[in-house]
Design a protein around this ligand. Structure first.
Ligand code: ZN
Length: 221
């Protein structure tokens, strides 16, 4: 390398490894900070669709960074129109742009919009999912597919995955303690070197377990 500054990722990895060595046999849940977040309904947008919704060449305006590095809530929103002309307005676009547009709703959102079922899918897997109309200030897109309930999942990097003893696409359990304790049985593992340990659930799931009041959170193999 022709630089004297250590890449931040490398430093973090070293720090994690040092921490791992120090903690020895302590239970895995004490090893890392496990962030559990509820994702409110949102849209991921393709270049082609953003051109139509907001005008040719329009770029997303970051409003607030998300926990996973590089991802952000954009200032841009759209109106989602369901099968019986029911609408969800102010649907937030998350950046950066994606290869294909996709809309993630909680079950309550989907039912309110007039759907009695939309499939639970991992992000990006939208084959055979329903579409909808999406309206922006510049125009309307008829999405052929892309409406999903996002499957509850945990992001982690390879070091964290090794620690938990899990591999890509494994399922883990997430226990949220409290007055209405819930154990999520099918938490999909998504491993990426740039990820931070972080569970994503939707707003229905978060409300069911009282996530905002939770004091005990455990990720289990
Ligand atoms: Zn996620």
């Amino acid at each position: 390398m022709h630089t004297n500054t250590l890449d931040r990722g490398i430093v973090e990895k070293i720090v994690r490894e040092v921490v791992l060595k120090r903690i020895g046999a302590r239970p895995p849940n004490a090893a890392f900070t496990l962030a559990v977040h509820a994702s409110a309904r949102h849209m991921h947008v393709s270049r082609e669709h953003l051109d139509i919704l907001y005008g040719p060449g329009h770029e997303l305006t970051p409003d607030r960074p998300l926990y996973q590095e590089g991802n952000y809530a954009a200032k841009e929103t759209v109106t989602l129109i369901g099968p019986r002309s029911r609408v969800i307005s102010n649907l937030r676009i998350l950046g950066p742009m994606r290869k294909e547009s996709q809309i993630e709703l909680a079950f309550t959102d989907a039912i309110g919009l007039g759907f009695d079922n939309i499939p639970i899918r991992l992000s990006g897997n939208i084959e055979g999912t329903p579409g909808a109309h999406v309206m922006g200030p510049n125009g309307m897109v008829e999405l052929q597919r892309g409406l999903i309930r996002a499957a509850i999942h945990v992001h982690m990097n390879p070091t964290e995955a090794a620690f938990y003893g899990v591999k890509q696409a494994d399922l883990m359990k997430l226990r949220i303690g409290g007055d209405a304790e819930v154990i999520f049985q099918r938490v999909h593992v998504r491993i990426d070197p740039n990820s931070r340990l972080n569970v994503h659930m939707d707003t229905d799931e978060a409300n069911a377990c009282g996530l905002h009041l939770a004091r005990e959170i455990e990720l289990l193999k």
